[in-house]
Unconditional design. Structure first.
Length: 303
């Protein structure tokens, strides 16, 4: 791909350090790219999770291309914000976000879960540049982020801390211990985002172990609760801005999403939580997303 093409110019712009503050329309276009990445890398690997990565693509794009202050060329940049996906199994979206943002080449996505690649099925800070914390066991990420936020407070560092969790993950007791800690210490630089797609690997969250009323639970733990349509970019940006402006409490954004969003046959179906599409299914999905496996894999391999 020529460095003078619009696509290359967009990639170059995505690699710049700092908060990018992209507008909603540009973020929506990037979220579409991310969904194409997800389906393509899963089809190539024939292993991995589909549903959660697709449901978190929109707010993920807003985080990486609007909100967080990072330098992909220097993952250990001392001034960076801290981000962590506690739902570590959604690596297809994590790696897509990172590659699109410039942490590593897009072609690395085509070695997802491959022995000769670094993109493991669950994120490993020892293998993938830019991963802050290895993840896999659910429920632990908010505690980690509380520690980082408290350290920033002690160091008088302005960094913000972002923790992405799943709604099924709210069934873990450790989440609520961390919630008490953050509220007690008024860690207002901490923002949690919950992918509230109401599905988990065994079915509907409410049927497995009900978490409703989730908003009231978080309010009772003295958090600032913000709700948004997790697929409407203006809504997502407004929620992130409200969290950034709020002082005296940690904030949690309940992002109402649909598992498998963007692919009609996956949408709202928990059976797609933990399996990839077969190649013919991937072609159908990519057609809905405006491309093909051949075209999109060529785009990834060229960068």
């Amino acid at each position: 791909m020529s460095p003078t093409t619009p696509a290359s110019a967009a990639l170059e712009a995505a690699h710049r350090p700092g908060r990018l503050a992209w507008p909603a329309e540009q973020l929506a276009a990037k979220a579409l790219d991310i969904r194409r990445d997800i389906i393509t890398l899963l089809a190539k690997a024939q292993t991995g999770h589909s549903g959660g990565p697709l449901s978190s693509a929109d707010f993920g794009a807003a985080l990486f291309f609007h909100e967080i202050n990072v330098d992909p060329a220097r993952p250990d940049w001392p001034e960076r914000d801290f981000w962590h996906f506690s739902i570590g199994h959604v690596t297809p979206v994590i790696y897509s976000l990172m590659a699109e943002r410039g942490y590593f080449p897009l072609k690395d996505l085509m070695k997802f879960r491959a022995f000769d690649g670094h993109a493991q099925g669950h994120p490993s800070r020892h293998d993938t540049p830019g991963i802050e914390v290895s993840a896999g066991s659910l429920g632990q990420g908010l505690s980690v982020c509380c520690g980082v936020a408290m350290a920033a407070r002690i160091d008088k560092h302005p960094r913000r801390v972002y923790c992405v969790m799943g709604d099924g993950e709210q069934q873990e007791g450790q989440i609520w211990e961390a919630a008490m800690f953050a509220a007690h210490y008024r860690l207002d630089q901490l923002c949690a985002v919950i992918d509230y797609n109401r599905k988990q690997i065994d079915g509907d969250v409410q049927d497995i172990m009900g978490i409703k009323p989730l908003d009231q639970k978080w309010r009772s733990f003295n958090w600032n609760v913000i709700e948004c349509d997790g697929h409407a970019m203006p809504d997502i940006l407004a929620a992130l801005a409200a969290a950034r402006a709020h002082k005296g409490q940690p904030s949690v954004i309940l992002a109402h999403t649909v598992m498998g969003q963007g692919v009609s046959y996956m949408a709202d179906d928990f059976h797609w939580h933990g399996k990839p599409p077969k190649m013919d299914q991937a072609e159908a999905a990519l057609k809905e997303l405006g491309t093909s496996y051949a075209d999109w894999s060529a785009r990834l391999l060229a960068n």
